[in-house]
Write a protein that binds this ligand. Structure first.
Ligand SMILES: [Zn+2]
Length: 193
């Protein structure tokens, strides 16, 4: 049997996690395989016959079996953005203009405002270009790591899509490799291998 549980060796309590997810979320109930069912650590179902999880139990299990958030991609994070510098420049321009209204020497304030505006825009452009270059250099330097993480995430999602859950043992497993984990370890199991 291709999808027998690696713990109990049976298929009667086994269901694809994507199926458990969708039925548990959309209908709030999960029709378990016939032959009984235990939702091992959380709640015990009955053996023998056709059993169902319903209400919060089904939703809870469905949530536990959700695809964990994917690891964030590796990327260069600039200390300050060109936009932030631009906003600061406009703020100072505005402050100098306000000062000009009440000043005895409005020319000084006006020229300061002009300086803040032009200088700020220039600085903003320089920062933006520098950030882009740094990001490029970063990407070159960490190309391997970035690719590796991307591949890891893709592989994790693939495993997730083909994984099964055994109600008897409260275990998730990959029918291709027979690796397994409990629902709480799903994140590490998918992405850190
Ligand atoms: Zn099992």
């Amino acid at each position: 049997m291709g999808n027998a549980c690696p713990v109990c060796g049976q298929i009667d309590q086994v269901q694809k996690i994507s199926a458990i997810r969708s039925s548990g979320i959309s209908t709030g109930s999960f029709a378990g395989p016939s032959g009984g069912l235990t939702y091992a650590n959380k709640q015990v179902g009955s053996y023998g016959g056709y059993t169902r999880l319903s209400g919060s139990t089904a939703t809870q299990l469905a949530q536990e079996l959700a695809l964990p958030e994917r690891p964030k991609p590796i990327a260069y994070v600039p200390q300050i953005s060109g936009t932030a510098v631009g906003v600061l420049a406009i703020l100072f321009t505005f402050l100098f203009l306000c000062g000009a209204v009440s000043s005895n020497n409005p020319e000084v304030n006006l020229s300061m405002a002009g300086l803040a505006f032009v200088g700020g825009l220039l600085a903003s452009t320089v920062v933006e270009v520098t950030n882009k270059n740094k990001a490029k250099i970063f990407e070159k330097e960490y190309r391997k790591e970035i690719d590796e993480l991307e591949a890891k995430v893709l592989r994790g999602v693939e495993i997730y899509n083909r994984a099964y859950y055994c109600f008897r043992d409260d275990q998730i497993f990959d029918p291709q490799t027979m690796r397994r984990c409990s629902p709480g370890e799903l994140n590490d199991w998918l992405y850190n291998q």
